[in-house]
Ligand binder design. Structure first.
Ligand code: ZN
Ligand code: ZN
Length: 393
Protein backbone atom coordinates (compact mmCIF):
# COMPACT_ATOMS: atom_id res chain seq x y z
CA UNK A 1 0.00 0.00 0.00
CA UNK A 2 1.46 3.31 -1.06
CA UNK A 3 1.97 5.92 1.62
CA UNK A 4 1.49 9.63 1.28
CA UNK A 5 4.58 11.70 1.95
CA UNK A 6 5.04 15.43 1.74
CA UNK A 7 6.95 14.96 -1.50
CA UNK A 8 3.94 13.49 -3.26
CA UNK A 9 2.41 15.81 -5.80
CA UNK A 10 -1.21 16.71 -5.18
CA UNK A 11 -2.37 14.78 -8.26
CA UNK A 12 -0.80 11.59 -6.87
CA UNK A 13 -2.98 11.86 -3.78
CA UNK A 14 -6.29 11.35 -5.56
CA UNK A 15 -7.81 7.98 -4.74
CA UNK A 16 -4.91 6.98 -2.47
CA UNK A 17 -5.40 4.76 0.60
CA UNK A 18 -2.74 3.89 3.19
CA UNK A 19 -1.96 2.79 6.76
CA UNK A 20 -0.68 5.88 8.57
CA UNK A 21 1.85 6.18 11.39
CA UNK A 22 -0.94 7.69 13.50
CA UNK A 23 -2.42 4.19 13.66
CA UNK A 24 -5.31 4.76 11.33
CA UNK A 25 -6.05 3.87 7.75
CA UNK A 26 -6.53 7.01 5.63
CA UNK A 27 -8.01 7.40 2.19
CA UNK A 28 -8.65 10.23 -0.24
CA UNK A 29 -12.02 9.78 -1.86
CA UNK A 30 -11.49 12.24 -4.69
CA UNK A 31 -10.93 10.49 -8.02
CA UNK A 32 -8.78 13.10 -9.74
CA UNK A 33 -6.91 16.27 -8.84
CA UNK A 34 -5.45 18.05 -11.85
CA UNK A 35 -3.84 21.47 -11.45
CA UNK A 36 -1.89 22.40 -14.56
CA UNK A 37 -1.75 24.66 -17.59
CA UNK A 38 -1.40 21.95 -20.17
CA UNK A 39 -3.78 19.25 -21.28
CA UNK A 40 -6.77 20.75 -19.47
CA UNK A 41 -9.25 20.17 -22.31
CA UNK A 42 -8.19 16.50 -22.53
CA UNK A 43 -8.48 16.07 -18.76
CA UNK A 44 -11.98 17.57 -18.70
CA UNK A 45 -13.06 15.35 -21.60
CA UNK A 46 -11.57 12.26 -19.93
CA UNK A 47 -13.27 13.06 -16.62
CA UNK A 48 -16.74 13.41 -18.14
CA UNK A 49 -16.40 10.69 -20.80
CA UNK A 50 -18.58 8.15 -18.98
CA UNK A 51 -21.48 10.66 -19.10
CA UNK A 52 -21.39 11.12 -22.85
CA UNK A 53 -24.75 9.53 -23.59
CA UNK A 54 -26.64 11.39 -20.87
CA UNK A 55 -27.19 15.03 -20.03
CA UNK A 56 -24.44 16.99 -18.33
CA UNK A 57 -25.45 20.20 -16.54
CA UNK A 58 -22.74 22.87 -16.66
CA UNK A 59 -23.19 25.42 -13.86
CA UNK A 60 -21.47 28.80 -13.69
CA UNK A 61 -22.27 32.40 -12.75
CA UNK A 62 -22.01 35.38 -15.03
CA UNK A 63 -18.35 35.99 -14.13
CA UNK A 64 -17.09 32.42 -14.15
CA UNK A 65 -18.94 31.67 -17.39
CA UNK A 66 -17.06 34.52 -18.99
CA UNK A 67 -13.73 33.56 -17.39
CA UNK A 68 -13.81 29.86 -18.29
CA UNK A 69 -17.33 28.37 -18.51
CA UNK A 70 -17.80 29.29 -22.15
CA UNK A 71 -14.49 27.57 -22.99
CA UNK A 72 -15.54 24.37 -21.16
CA UNK A 73 -18.92 24.52 -22.86
CA UNK A 74 -17.29 24.75 -26.27
CA UNK A 75 -14.89 21.85 -25.82
CA UNK A 76 -17.72 19.58 -24.64
CA UNK A 77 -20.13 20.62 -27.39
CA UNK A 78 -17.43 20.23 -30.04
CA UNK A 79 -16.88 16.69 -28.81
CA UNK A 80 -20.56 15.80 -29.13
CA UNK A 81 -21.59 15.85 -25.46
CA UNK A 82 -25.21 16.34 -24.51
CA UNK A 83 -24.75 19.52 -22.51
CA UNK A 84 -27.03 22.09 -20.93
CA UNK A 85 -25.70 25.25 -19.32
CA UNK A 86 -27.18 27.04 -16.33
CA UNK A 87 -25.77 30.43 -15.44
CA UNK A 88 -26.56 32.20 -12.17
CA UNK A 89 -27.24 35.72 -13.37
CA UNK A 90 -25.55 37.95 -10.86
CA UNK A 91 -24.39 41.48 -11.07
CA UNK A 92 -22.60 41.15 -7.76
CA UNK A 93 -21.25 38.23 -5.81
CA UNK A 94 -23.56 35.20 -5.79
CA UNK A 95 -24.85 34.41 -2.28
CA UNK A 96 -24.94 30.74 -1.18
CA UNK A 97 -28.46 30.82 0.23
CA UNK A 98 -31.82 29.06 -0.16
CA UNK A 99 -32.55 31.02 -3.32
CA UNK A 100 -29.38 29.81 -5.04
CA UNK A 101 -30.06 26.23 -3.87
CA UNK A 102 -33.62 26.40 -5.19
CA UNK A 103 -32.63 27.85 -8.56
CA UNK A 104 -30.08 25.11 -9.13
CA UNK A 105 -32.39 22.36 -7.90
CA UNK A 106 -35.04 23.50 -10.40
CA UNK A 107 -32.52 23.04 -13.21
CA UNK A 108 -31.60 19.48 -12.27
CA UNK A 109 -33.58 16.87 -14.19
CA UNK A 110 -33.95 13.15 -13.62
CA UNK A 111 -31.87 12.66 -16.75
CA UNK A 112 -29.06 14.92 -15.47
CA UNK A 113 -26.11 12.55 -15.11
CA UNK A 114 -23.45 14.96 -13.85
CA UNK A 115 -23.11 18.48 -12.49
CA UNK A 116 -20.03 20.13 -13.94
CA UNK A 117 -19.42 23.29 -11.92
CA UNK A 118 -17.18 26.06 -13.24
CA UNK A 119 -16.33 28.60 -10.55
CA UNK A 120 -14.88 29.13 -7.10
CA UNK A 121 -16.25 29.40 -3.54
CA UNK A 122 -19.97 29.98 -3.87
CA UNK A 123 -20.57 27.93 -7.04
CA UNK A 124 -18.61 25.10 -5.41
CA UNK A 125 -20.63 25.28 -2.17
CA UNK A 126 -24.04 25.47 -3.84
CA UNK A 127 -23.38 22.68 -6.39
CA UNK A 128 -21.74 20.47 -3.78
CA UNK A 129 -24.75 20.60 -1.47
CA UNK A 130 -27.36 20.16 -4.20
CA UNK A 131 -25.43 17.16 -5.55
CA UNK A 132 -25.32 15.70 -2.06
CA UNK A 133 -29.09 16.02 -1.80
CA UNK A 134 -29.88 14.72 -5.28
CA UNK A 135 -27.15 12.05 -5.41
CA UNK A 136 -25.78 13.47 -8.67
CA UNK A 137 -22.05 13.16 -9.35
CA UNK A 138 -20.12 16.41 -9.22
CA UNK A 139 -16.96 17.79 -10.83
CA UNK A 140 -15.49 21.21 -10.09
CA UNK A 141 -13.47 23.17 -12.61
CA UNK A 142 -11.91 25.86 -10.41
CA UNK A 143 -11.51 29.42 -11.64
CA UNK A 144 -9.79 31.04 -8.64
CA UNK A 145 -7.43 29.94 -5.83
CA UNK A 146 -9.61 31.80 -3.37
CA UNK A 147 -10.58 29.40 -0.55
CA UNK A 148 -9.91 25.95 0.83
CA UNK A 149 -13.30 24.33 0.22
CA UNK A 150 -12.65 22.59 -3.12
CA UNK A 151 -11.81 19.23 -1.58
CA UNK A 152 -14.07 19.52 1.46
CA UNK A 153 -17.22 17.54 2.17
CA UNK A 154 -19.13 20.41 3.70
CA UNK A 155 -20.88 23.45 2.26
CA UNK A 156 -21.36 26.67 4.20
CA UNK A 157 -24.89 27.79 3.24
CA UNK A 158 -26.96 30.71 4.58
CA UNK A 159 -30.47 29.60 5.55
CA UNK A 160 -32.97 32.13 6.96
CA UNK A 161 -30.08 34.53 7.47
CA UNK A 162 -28.04 32.05 9.51
CA UNK A 163 -24.86 30.43 8.26
CA UNK A 164 -25.05 26.64 8.45
CA UNK A 165 -22.46 24.01 7.62
CA UNK A 166 -24.32 21.48 5.48
CA UNK A 167 -23.04 18.23 3.99
CA UNK A 168 -21.56 18.33 0.51
CA UNK A 169 -20.70 15.78 -2.13
CA UNK A 170 -17.07 14.78 -2.68
CA UNK A 171 -16.06 15.90 -6.16
CA UNK A 172 -15.23 13.15 -8.65
CA UNK A 173 -12.55 15.49 -9.93
CA UNK A 174 -11.03 18.87 -9.14
CA UNK A 175 -9.60 20.43 -12.28
CA UNK A 176 -7.88 23.80 -12.49
CA UNK A 177 -6.13 25.56 -15.34
CA UNK A 178 -3.29 27.53 -13.75
CA UNK A 179 -3.35 29.97 -16.67
CA UNK A 180 -6.91 30.88 -15.58
CA UNK A 181 -6.21 30.83 -11.83
CA UNK A 182 -3.39 33.36 -12.14
CA UNK A 183 -5.76 35.83 -13.80
CA UNK A 184 -8.38 35.64 -11.03
CA UNK A 185 -9.34 39.00 -9.47
CA UNK A 186 -6.61 40.22 -7.11
CA UNK A 187 -8.99 40.18 -4.12
CA UNK A 188 -9.57 36.47 -4.69
CA UNK A 189 -5.85 35.76 -4.91
CA UNK A 190 -5.26 37.67 -1.67
CA UNK A 191 -8.12 35.81 0.00
CA UNK A 192 -6.72 32.43 -1.07
CA UNK A 193 -3.33 33.30 0.34
CA UNK A 194 -5.02 34.53 3.53
CA UNK A 195 -6.79 31.19 3.96
CA UNK A 196 -3.40 29.46 3.61
CA UNK A 197 -1.77 31.76 6.19
CA UNK A 198 -4.51 30.61 8.57
CA UNK A 199 -2.97 27.14 8.59
CA UNK A 200 -0.10 28.54 10.69
CA UNK A 201 -2.25 29.08 13.77
CA UNK A 202 -4.57 26.16 12.93
CA UNK A 203 -1.58 23.82 13.25
CA UNK A 204 -0.31 25.66 16.37
CA UNK A 205 -3.71 25.04 18.00
CA UNK A 206 -3.66 21.38 17.04
CA UNK A 207 -0.13 20.91 18.44
CA UNK A 208 -1.13 22.73 21.62
CA UNK A 209 -4.12 20.47 22.16
CA UNK A 210 -2.09 17.36 21.40
CA UNK A 211 0.28 18.27 24.24
CA UNK A 212 -2.33 19.51 26.72
CA UNK A 213 -5.24 17.17 25.98
CA UNK A 214 -3.55 14.28 24.22
CA UNK A 215 -5.87 15.01 21.29
CA UNK A 216 -5.75 12.64 18.31
CA UNK A 217 -2.98 13.97 16.07
CA UNK A 218 -1.62 12.98 12.69
CA UNK A 219 1.96 13.91 11.85
CA UNK A 220 1.41 13.03 8.17
CA UNK A 221 -1.39 15.59 7.85
CA UNK A 222 0.68 18.23 9.65
CA UNK A 223 3.76 17.64 7.50
CA UNK A 224 1.70 17.75 4.29
CA UNK A 225 0.24 21.12 5.20
CA UNK A 226 3.50 22.58 6.54
CA UNK A 227 5.34 21.62 3.39
CA UNK A 228 2.67 23.18 1.14
CA UNK A 229 2.60 26.27 3.35
CA UNK A 230 6.38 26.76 3.14
CA UNK A 231 6.24 26.71 -0.66
CA UNK A 232 3.51 29.38 -0.67
CA UNK A 233 5.26 31.65 1.85
CA UNK A 234 8.65 31.49 0.16
CA UNK A 235 7.03 32.49 -3.14
CA UNK A 236 4.79 35.30 -1.91
CA UNK A 237 6.32 37.98 -4.17
CA UNK A 238 6.05 35.79 -7.25
CA UNK A 239 2.47 34.99 -6.28
CA UNK A 240 1.63 38.65 -6.18
CA UNK A 241 3.21 39.07 -9.62
CA UNK A 242 0.79 36.34 -10.80
CA UNK A 243 3.60 33.91 -11.49
CA UNK A 244 1.90 30.72 -12.62
CA UNK A 245 4.04 28.34 -10.55
CA UNK A 246 3.54 30.40 -7.37
CA UNK A 247 -0.22 30.57 -7.98
CA UNK A 248 -0.31 26.81 -8.47
CA UNK A 249 1.46 26.32 -5.10
CA UNK A 250 -1.36 28.24 -3.41
CA UNK A 251 -4.06 26.29 -5.27
CA UNK A 252 -2.36 23.02 -4.34
CA UNK A 253 -2.15 24.06 -0.69
CA UNK A 254 -5.84 25.02 -0.69
CA UNK A 255 -6.87 21.68 -2.19
CA UNK A 256 -4.47 19.88 0.12
CA UNK A 257 -6.02 21.38 3.21
CA UNK A 258 -9.35 19.83 2.12
CA UNK A 259 -7.56 16.53 1.50
CA UNK A 260 -6.05 16.67 5.01
CA UNK A 261 -9.52 17.26 6.47
CA UNK A 262 -10.67 14.14 4.62
CA UNK A 263 -7.68 12.14 5.91
CA UNK A 264 -8.18 13.19 9.52
CA UNK A 265 -11.97 13.03 9.50
CA UNK A 266 -12.69 16.59 10.68
CA UNK A 267 -11.44 20.08 9.96
CA UNK A 268 -8.80 20.17 12.73
CA UNK A 269 -5.80 20.16 10.30
CA UNK A 270 -7.09 23.27 8.52
CA UNK A 271 -9.05 25.29 11.02
CA UNK A 272 -8.29 26.72 14.46
CA UNK A 273 -9.06 29.91 16.36
CA UNK A 274 -8.47 32.08 13.26
CA UNK A 275 -11.35 30.36 11.45
CA UNK A 276 -13.59 30.85 14.48
CA UNK A 277 -13.09 34.62 14.13
CA UNK A 278 -13.93 34.47 10.41
CA UNK A 279 -17.15 32.55 11.15
CA UNK A 280 -18.12 34.82 14.03
CA UNK A 281 -17.65 37.99 11.99
CA UNK A 282 -19.49 36.46 9.01
CA UNK A 283 -22.46 35.51 11.17
CA UNK A 284 -22.63 39.01 12.59
CA UNK A 285 -22.60 40.57 9.09
CA UNK A 286 -25.22 38.12 7.81
CA UNK A 287 -27.51 38.84 10.79
CA UNK A 288 -27.31 42.57 9.93
CA UNK A 289 -27.76 41.91 6.22
CA UNK A 290 -24.39 43.56 5.67
CA UNK A 291 -21.59 42.55 3.32
CA UNK A 292 -18.72 40.60 4.80
CA UNK A 293 -15.12 40.24 3.60
CA UNK A 294 -14.07 37.20 1.56
CA UNK A 295 -13.49 34.20 3.82
CA UNK A 296 -9.71 34.24 3.36
CA UNK A 297 -9.40 37.93 4.26
CA UNK A 298 -11.20 37.36 7.55
CA UNK A 299 -9.09 34.26 8.19
CA UNK A 300 -5.88 36.23 7.60
CA UNK A 301 -6.91 38.88 10.15
CA UNK A 302 -8.04 36.14 12.56
CA UNK A 303 -4.56 34.61 12.16
CA UNK A 304 -2.87 37.88 13.18
CA UNK A 305 -5.11 38.14 16.26
CA UNK A 306 -4.50 34.49 17.21
CA UNK A 307 -0.74 34.80 16.73
CA UNK A 308 -0.74 37.81 19.10
CA UNK A 309 -2.59 35.74 21.68
CA UNK A 310 0.09 33.06 21.37
CA UNK A 311 2.72 35.71 21.96
CA UNK A 312 1.02 36.91 25.15
CA UNK A 313 0.67 33.30 26.28
CA UNK A 314 4.34 32.44 25.76
CA UNK A 315 5.07 32.01 29.50
CA UNK A 316 2.28 29.43 29.73
CA UNK A 317 3.03 27.43 26.58
CA UNK A 318 4.25 23.86 26.96
CA UNK A 319 7.93 23.23 26.11
CA UNK A 320 8.69 22.51 22.50
CA UNK A 321 5.69 24.31 21.05
CA UNK A 322 6.93 26.78 18.49
CA UNK A 323 4.49 29.58 17.92
CA UNK A 324 4.02 31.85 14.96
CA UNK A 325 5.33 35.40 15.23
CA UNK A 326 2.49 37.90 14.61
CA UNK A 327 4.95 40.35 13.03
CA UNK A 328 5.92 37.73 10.48
CA UNK A 329 2.27 37.31 9.47
CA UNK A 330 1.69 41.07 9.37
CA UNK A 331 4.80 41.38 7.19
CA UNK A 332 3.47 38.77 4.76
CA UNK A 333 0.05 40.40 4.59
CA UNK A 334 1.61 43.82 4.01
CA UNK A 335 3.62 42.43 1.11
CA UNK A 336 0.41 41.01 -0.33
CA UNK A 337 -1.37 44.35 0.05
CA UNK A 338 -3.91 42.61 2.33
CA UNK A 339 -5.58 43.88 5.48
CA UNK A 340 -4.13 42.67 8.76
CA UNK A 341 -6.16 44.58 11.35
CA UNK A 342 -9.80 43.76 12.18
CA UNK A 343 -10.53 47.47 11.95
CA UNK A 344 -9.49 47.51 8.28
CA UNK A 345 -11.96 44.76 7.31
CA UNK A 346 -14.86 46.63 8.90
CA UNK A 347 -14.99 44.94 12.32
CA UNK A 348 -16.10 47.47 14.94
CA UNK A 349 -14.30 47.81 18.25
CA UNK A 350 -17.33 46.35 20.07
CA UNK A 351 -17.60 43.38 17.71
CA UNK A 352 -13.89 42.71 18.05
CA UNK A 353 -14.09 42.63 21.85
CA UNK A 354 -17.18 40.45 21.68
CA UNK A 355 -15.46 38.02 19.32
CA UNK A 356 -12.39 37.74 21.59
CA UNK A 357 -14.65 36.26 24.27
CA UNK A 358 -17.11 34.31 22.14
CA UNK A 359 -15.64 33.21 18.78
CA UNK A 360 -13.54 30.39 20.26
CA UNK A 361 -16.66 28.90 21.81
CA UNK A 362 -18.30 28.36 18.41
CA UNK A 363 -16.71 24.92 18.17
CA UNK A 364 -15.89 22.47 20.94
CA UNK A 365 -12.26 22.55 19.79
CA UNK A 366 -9.35 23.46 22.07
CA UNK A 367 -7.39 26.54 20.97
CA UNK A 368 -5.01 29.06 22.54
CA UNK A 369 -8.11 31.00 23.67
CA UNK A 370 -9.11 28.13 25.96
CA UNK A 371 -5.66 28.22 27.54
CA UNK A 372 -5.82 32.04 27.87
CA UNK A 373 -9.18 31.76 29.59
CA UNK A 374 -7.98 28.93 31.89
CA UNK A 375 -4.97 30.99 32.96
CA UNK A 376 -7.08 34.10 33.59
CA UNK A 377 -5.30 36.02 30.81
CA UNK A 378 -8.15 36.68 28.38
CA UNK A 379 -9.27 40.04 29.86
CA UNK A 380 -5.76 41.48 29.82
CA UNK A 381 -5.03 40.24 26.29
CA UNK A 382 -8.35 41.52 24.97
CA UNK A 383 -7.76 44.94 26.49
CA UNK A 384 -4.24 45.25 25.09
CA UNK A 385 -5.08 43.89 21.63
CA UNK A 386 -8.05 46.26 21.38
CA UNK A 387 -5.64 49.13 21.99
CA UNK A 388 -3.19 47.79 19.42
CA UNK A 389 -5.86 47.54 16.72
CA UNK A 390 -8.20 50.39 17.64
CA UNK A 391 -6.19 52.76 19.83
CA UNK A 392 -7.21 53.90 23.30
CA UNK A 393 -10.93 54.43 23.81
ZN1 ZN B 1 -10.75 28.46 5.32
ZN1 ZN C 1 -2.55 9.75 10.05
Amino acid sequence: MKKITETNSISEMAGISFDCDCGRKHSVDIGKIFINNKGIAEEILKSVSQYKEKEILLVADTNTYEAYGSFVERILSDSGFNLRTFIFKTRQQLVPDEKALGLLLAEIEVKTSLVLAVGSGVINDVCKHVCYKTGKPFIIVATAPSMDGYASVVSPIILNGIKKTLPGKYPLAIIADTAVLKNAPIDMLRAGFGDIIGKLTALDDWKLSKIINNELYCETCVKLIENALDKCISNVDKFLARDEQAVSYVMEALVLSGVAIGLHGDSRPASGAEHNFAHYWDMDAISRNAEHPLHGNSVAVGTVVTAYVYEYMKPYLPDGLPNTDPQKIIGLLKRLGSCYSPKDIGISRELFIDSMYKAYKLKPRYTIFNLAEEKGMLDKITKELTEIFYGRS
